[in-house]
Write a protein that binds this ligand. Structure first.
Ligand code: EPU
Length: 437
């Protein structure tokens, strides 16, 4: 079990680079499975979620090379069925396998998807995914350790309406419809920048997809797709995480590769809290300009709202703002578990079942602890913490780095699911820590 001993209370200062977004790259890798020619994806980070998807693709006959500079080549010309036990053994820590369904049904006529892992944020069900696949004509057979899918009559375009603009379910529709026979119309689609980048990739492969107003996406199925050559969209979740780390530690971090366009909602909030930033051609400098930080009222939402993944690191910075901040989490019903450790470190955070601060959401009146009130500023002190999930874990590390005294943080390897070269970056920013394997 990996552990970090952090001696906190020092500002993080320096430069880190972010590469392709975890939440795009892994889907782009699955998209390569739909082609009949090799693809090349650039800026692919070395993170464990990428390794898991690589292993799963390799089990299905895709040849993959991933060089140190982040270029990945994927050759799907010999796609084959994989053994259930092998898929099961490799998929454990990821939710991406559910997106293999459409491509495997097109290529092989069948798919086996094991029970899904990923971070434990609420229930994270897959009902939308299964409904989408049924709409295309897939037959789903639930088995003890996963699901088996087949498409006896082939996959056909459909009219689909999502009850909530789910990122994964929208990707499911895209990856299945592009080679389904006929037209597909999706209403209630998610329109995150990572989805737009996936659409760009699919278009490069030969797909016909139009994104209309009001969350409507139309796809005209084609019989075959080729390969693609693409530089992945940068990881705006990682960029926002370092920005919050700069604010919480009174630091100054230049995030190479970050871009303004996809981060506008975050930048507005960052400025309202009292953080400063400078936009450069090659990245964004985030820093604490001195003076008091201000409390804010925010609500997480689907794009173009404030992303749920930005919430956890920002909450750490909000413990240092002067006054009461309110965060209403409307994407996941149970994403405040990480605040227990912050309270243990001296933060004052109260969690509520009610929808606080703005509009009622679908979690109101359902007993989900999904609103937080943070009262600051509170000095943080070191503590012993176990990393619970990816974003919560990063936040705990930031809190430990901001806190006076020593913190022992265990289960740190979880952070490498989504943050490339995490420890090397901390070192480059002048963090004082020791790592034990
Ligand atoms: N939902 C259902 N049924 C479904 C699918 C989703 O009820 O079949 C619900 C979820 O439980 C959740 C909401 O819909 O309450 C939104 O979930 P969504 O499908 O949008 O999330 P996802 O595709 O599973 C991706 C990212 C998450 C990110 C969300 C929201 C990946 C691999 N994961 O998850 O990223 O928080 O979109 O933007 O792309 C992370 O990076 O740490 C992370 C959790």
């Amino acid at each position: 079990m990996s552990q970090i001993t952090v001696r906190g209370g020092k500002p993080l200062v320096g430069r880190v680079e972010v590469r392709g977004a975890k939440n795009l790259v892994t889907k782009a890798m699955v998209a390569a499975l739909l082609g009949d020619a090799p693809s090349e994806l650039r800026d692919v980070p070395h993170i464990s979620d990428v390794e898991v998807v690589s292993k799963l693709l390799q089990l299905h006959g895709v040849k993959i090379e991933h060089s140190d500079d982040g270029t990945m080549s994927l050759d799907p010309t010999n796609v084959k069925s994989a053994r259930m036990v092998d898929i099961d053994a490799h998929a454990g820590s990821s939710r991406i396998p559910i997106l293999f369904c459409g491509p495997l049904l097109h290529q092989l006529g069948e798919a086996f998807i094991p029970d899904l892992g990923g971070c434990h944020i609420g229930d994270r069900p897959i009902d939308y995914h299964l409904e989408v696949l049924r709409n295309f004509g897939a037959v789903i057979d639930k088995q003890p350790n996963g699901i088996r899918l087949s498409a006896p009559d082939g996959l056909k375009g459909a009219k689909i309406s999502l009850p909530y603009p789910s990122v994964g379910a929208t990707e499911q529709v895209l990856l299945t419809s592009v080679r389904a026979e006929g037209l597909t119309e999706l209403t209630g689609a998610a329109v995150e920048p990572e989805i737009m980048d996936l659409i760009a990739i699919l278009q490069k492969m030969g797909a016909i997809i139009s994104v209309d107003t009001d969350r409507v996406i139309r796809i005209e199925g084609v019989k075959t797709l080729g390969g693609y050559s693409h530089s992945a969209l940068f990881d705006r979740n990682e960029a926002a995480s370092w920005a919050a780390a700069a604010l919480a530690t009174h630091g100054d971090i230049f995030v190479g590769g970050a871009r303004q366009q996809e981060m506008m909602t975050f930048l507005n909030v960052f400025r309202k809290v009292g953080g400063a930033f400078e936009i450069h051609d090659d990245g964004i400098r985030f820093y604490h300009p001195g003076g008091d930080l201000q409390p804010v009222v925010i609500e997480t939402d689907v794009h173009p709202g404030f992303m749920t993944d930005w919430q956890q690191p920002l909450v750490v910075a909000l413990t240092q703002a002067k006054g009461l901040s309110i965060v209403h989490e409307t994407v996941y019903e149970n994403r405040f578990g990480f605040t227990d450790a912050l309270v243990q470190m001296g933060a004052q955070i109260q969690i509520y079942r009610e929808c606080l601060g703005g509009n009622p959401c679908r979690f109101g009146q359902r007993n989900f602890n999904h609103s937080a009130v943070i009262s600051g500023p509170t000095p943080l002190h070191g503590a012993d913490i176990r990393v619970p999930d990816l974003r919560g874990g990063f936040s705990h590390m930031v809190a430990a780095l901001a806190a006076e005294g020593i913190s022992n943080v265990t289960n740190v390897q979880l952070i490498s699911r989504g943050y490339e070269h995490f420890l090397a970056k901390l070192e480059a920013l002048g963090a004082d820590f020791t790592y034990t394997e």
